[in-house]
Ligand binder design. Structure first.
Ligand code: ZN
Ligand code: FE
Length: 260
């Protein structure tokens, strides 16, 4: 029997653990999952809607992103698992390399290599949506576990250059703690002040602050604003020295945030 919404793909966030969002794209019959860290949360969602799991996309190898892959493969049968070229991604059936265009049930996904949080981290673009794992967060960015400031800054600039009307589907609800840091760096930015009020109001009623618009990130996320005079001044103040490049500003902000 045909489902009335067949062919109309939508994206939903499945909350997991303390603050993760696992992303599910579905059309009422089939589903594609991004970063299924928790198999139970995904399996419950899929079974409640009678969705067939077609593909799993992984952005990077951390447990809160891949922890459910093997269990979902066991529960839902042969599911293609797409991820970066990294032995730490389990059960991978297809490798996602920079520039690849993957044709999956919901359409084409473009792969962007975004090293920095981890060395093999990738992001996926589908229509006007960016699934960026732990690279870019609402009002923040991921910790630099494996890469250099050059790499993570370069990856963030790459994402920042995507169209402003695209939606950023990051993997964690970190927005309010990121907001506190952003305000410490860029207190006089009116767009940030306004966004801060909006995000606090959302959290007060238990709503997610993601996805966010890329244009809003460009205007308010301090890690994307390493050439803004106010951000440079705050970073230099914290570092106690002149920071001669956007990468140096970025590196100072990232280190500052780690101890904020
Ligand atoms: Zn991670
Ligand atoms: Fe994570």
């Amino acid at each position: 029997m045909m489902r009335s919404n067949s062919g109309l793909w939508q994206v939903e966030a499945v909350p997991a653990f303390q603050d993760n969002y696992l992303w599910v794209l579905h059309d009422g019959a089939q589903a594609v999952v991004v970063d299924p860290g928790d198999a139970t949360a995904i399996a419950t969602f899929l079974r409640a809607r009678k969705l067939a799991l077609r593909s799993i996309l992984c952005t990077h190898h951390h447990a809160d992103h891949i922890g459910g892959v093997a269990d979902l493969q066991a529960q839902f049968g042969p599911v293609e698992v797409i991820g970066p070229e990294d032995a730490r991604i389990p059960g991978r059936t297809q490798t996602a390399l920079d520039g690849d265009v993957l044709t999956l049930a919901p359409g084409e996904f473009r792969v962007l290599a975004v090293p920095g949080h981890t060395l093999s981290h990738v992001a996926y673009c589908w229509r006007d949506r960016l699934f960026c794992g732990d690279t870019l967060f609402a009002l923040g960015c991921g910790r630099m576990f494996e890469g250099t400031p050059e790499q993570l800054h370069g990856s963030l600039m790459r994402l920042a250059n995507l169209p402003g009307e695209w939606w950023v589907h990051c993997a964690h609800e970190y927005t309010l703690s990121n907001l506190a840091f952003a305000l410490a760096v860029d207190a006089d930015n009116p767009a940030l002040q306004q966004r801060g009020q909006q995000e606090r109001a959302r959290r007060q009623v238990g709503r997610a602050t993601v996805p966010s618009l890329l244009s809003a990130e460009r205007a308010t996320n301090p890690f994307l604003r390493c050439t803004a005079p106010a951000v440079i001044a705050a970073a230099e103040d914290w570092a106690g020295s002149v920071l001669p490049s956007p990468v140096a500003v970025f590196a100072a902000l990232r280190t500052w945030k780690n101890t904020f």
